[in-house]
Design a protein around this ligand. Structure first.
Ligand code: TRP
Length: 331
């Protein structure tokens, strides 16, 4: 039997090429080897997103983005967290085994408290219980589906370790293996995608290249990449140029060698390098963008795909809850 890989996708903000290379592609690569269960973590997003129209639309955009990037809903169980009531039943059960102290140590919560303390206000200002208990909901997402591995970024590793702790303490309490303890799968080899300003591409830095922008916007965004003031004729170093680092993600070896040679010889201005970057980015993204637009043009069909995923997910979820309730004496 194949091992189970599960990951949650928080639907916040438009997808950008940092998400594409850092999360989407690596997770899709795992689907050949693993039984994959990928879901839209819409209740996690509710903690921070209180604008209903925006949340409603990002849920669809992010789901459509993964499908357009190649997620095959016949092979991957693809669903919305909010469609699986067992997630919330399991969350309540896990709460009984999760110490408050464990939550106090969660990085995301601690960061907010620290910031509040620095400002000298109420340490818990702006902290809702959804943020405080975020790791328990996430543990329920994971444990519910008997996950073996959870592909995530480094920032999420602590959450997976908490899920492990919680599962193990429940198994220890009942003296039997009721819940599977998951492992984080951090993809070290995944390239850090540089943003327009050279820092890591991130929504919070506002330096992203959007995945599904129309061709014109994509070109304009690429033209905004920050460069130094070297003149056209000067030889340039490809390895310290974020244009070139981005180029490497999209170009084949021959193209990379050719562009690197032009950098080193001199005679090529930054504008020209950006045009060449735009050419290869658009070559890869144009078909993805077309699929995305087609999916977004038929939201009922998209919702049906997600509902069918939820139908496949629910029996698995129900079995875990049933097993746990029985062990706990609530059957
Ligand atoms: N917290 C994750 C993030 O912000 C999203 C998430 C929610 C998740 N539930 C999960 C990831 C379960 C992995 C497994 O990216």
């Amino acid at each position: 039997m194949k091992k189970i890989a599960l990951t949650g996708i928080k639907p916040t903000g438009d997808l950008h090429i940092g998400n594409y290379f850092g999360a989407i592609k690596p997770a899709l690569a795992l689907t050949a080897e693993y039984d994959a269960r990928y879901f839209i973590a819409d209740y996690h997003a509710l903690n921070t997103m209180k604008d209903s129209r925006e949340l409603n639309s990002t849920i669809r955009q992010v789901a459509a983005g993964w499908l357009a990037s190649g997620l095959d809903p016949e092979k991957v169980i693809f669903y919305r967290q909010s469609s699986i009531p067992e997630v919330f039943e399991l969350t309540t059960m896990l709460m009984a085994f999760t110490s408050k102290g464990l939550m106090n140590r969660a990085h995301a919560y601690k960061a907010v408290v620290q910031e509040n303390n620095e400002k000298g206000g109420d340490p818990d200002a702006g902290v809702n219980m959804g943020l405080f208990t975020y790791p328990v909901l996430m543990a329920a997402d994971i444990i519910l589906f008997d996950s073996d591995v959870v592909p995530v970024g480094k920032d999420q590793v602590q959450h997976i370790e908490m899920a492990q702790d919680i599962a193990q303490s429940i198994n220890a309490n009942y003296g039997q293996q009721i819940l599977k303890a998951p492992q984080a799968a951090v993809q070290e080899s995944v390239a850090v995608v540089p943003g327009l300003d050279g820092r890591k591409m991130s929504k919070s830095y506002g330096n992203t290249i959007p995945l599904f922008a129309p061709e014109k916007t994509l070109r304009k965004t690429i033209m905004r990449i920050v460069t130094n003031s070297q003149a056209v004729e000067e030889p340039k170093d490809p390895d310290t140029s974020q244009i070139f680092l981005l180029y490497k993600l999209f170009a084949n070896a021959e193209e990379q060698n050719a562009l690197a040679a032009r950098y080193r010889t001199g005679g090529m201005g930054w504008g020209e390098a950006k045009e060449e970057l735009f050419r290869v980015v658009n070559r890869e993204l144009a078909p993805v963008r077309e699929r995305f637009e087609a999916i977004m043009a038929d939201i009922p069909a998209l919702d049906k795909i997600l509902a069918q995923g939820a139908e496949k997910a629910r029996p698995i979820a129900a079995a875990t809850v049933k097993r746990f309730r029985k062990a706990a004496g609530i059957d």
